[in-house]
Design a protein around this ligand. Structure first.
Ligand code: NAP
Length: 300
């Protein structure tokens, strides 16, 4: 039996970041401004610290300005909101991202809603979500955007294909379903209450798993030849790495799906790397919109 094509998200994301770099250089030369991304991190969650460090590094590598605001875990909510308001008013900041989750004493919704929609490069404000539903131009959440980009790179025109999205979160499931709908797919959203999930999945030309349950999707759930996009990132024990060893796996049983699918993203190295690349792309888009100049062709 032939194997599915492994979709190399790491390479695609590196290419996108290189194009962001070209666009930044072009904007500097032609219009004299440099896109700037501000990241707000509250507390010392180790995973969030790694994400923020990587975001800062890749922002600088793309020739953009990185503003990093690291606040202690006990920072009062009002202070975080005050910082976001200051960043909203700063003309050198074109994108604002609050690293989630925030400590429990802070109302995430309130903080996110403070972000100026023009600088909402994470696409999470109600205005950005509304624009996405209404089919208006706006900033789109990064992981969903990266997921659709990889699907289009694999399959070209997605018109008429049946996309099944497992997961209905605000962060991934809902926006990714909307983006596939905007590509003229027929979209089914599945979740924890879906009946006969296996049968629903088997009807998918494009299967997106955004659940957070390791290896939920089995090989027999995949339609032969389908494009499988695994958004899940789950840390599981890996005894082969010695005592206490762990590894990352997706929501799809990769080895079981490989002989059935037409193409499939691995975890790690599939959807994951697309998130930061799309964040940088969104920051350039936000900066261009603010400056009233078109997005450089290299990013279209
Ligand atoms: P979430 O907010 O916990 O949402 C999970 C969704 O999965 C919910 O809609 C839930 O349904 C559904 N679900 C849970 N168990 C299910 C089951 N047994 N069968 C069917 N559906 C089930 O998670 P999220 O933020 O969307 O993240 C999902 C995964 O993507 C996580 O592994 C996360 O780490 C990963 N992720 C990766 C990236 C990246 O690649 N950069 C970015 C974001 C998230 P109900 O709504 O019915 O509860």
């Amino acid at each position: 039996m032939s194997e599915a094509k492994r979709i190399d998200g790491k390479a695609f994301a590196a290419g996108l970041r290189a194009r962001v770099g070209e666009a930044v250089a072009e904007l500097k030369a032609a219009h004299g401004f440099t896109p700037g991304l501000a990241v707000v991190l509250v507390g010392d969650d180790p995973a969030s610290q790694v994400y923020v460090r990587n975001k800062g590094k890749m922002t600088r590598e793309a020739g953009m300005v990185s503003f990093e605001h690291k606040l202690p875990a006990d920072t009062p909510e009002a202070e975080v909101i005050q910082l976001v308001e200051t960043l909203n008013a700063d003309p050198s900041v074109h994108g604002i991202l609050c690293q989630l989750p925030l400590p429990s004493h802070i109302d995430e919704k309130k903080v996110v809603e403070t972000i100026d929609p023009a600088k909402d490069v994470d696409g999470l404000t109600p205005v950005s979500a509304g624009r996405l539903i209404l089919g208006q131009k706006g900033l789109v959440p990064c992981t969903p955007l990266g997921t659709v980009m990889l699907a289009k790179d694999q399959l070209g025109d997605l018109t008429g294909l049946h996309t099944v999205v497992i997961g209905r979160s605000i962060l991934v499931g809902k926006p990714v379903a909307q983006l596939f709908l905007n590509e003229n797919c027929t979209v089914t959203m599945a979740h924890s209450r879906t009946r006969d999930l296996a049968a629903v999945c088997r009807s998918a030309d494009i299967l997106v798993a955004a659940v957070g349950v390791p290896h939920l999707v089995q090989g027999s759930w995949v339609k032969p030849g389908a494009c499988v996009l695994d958004v899940g990132i789950n840390r599981v024990p890996a005894p082969e790495k010695g005592e206490g060893g762990t590894k990352l796996v997706g929501d799809v049983d990769f080895d079981a799906a490989l002989p059935v699918a037409g193409s499939i993203t691995p975890v790690p190295g599939g959807i994951g790397p697309m998130t930061i690349a799309c964040l940088l792309r969104n920051t350039v888009e936000a900066a261009c919109a603010m400056a009233g100049v078109p997005l450089p062709d290299v990013l279209n």
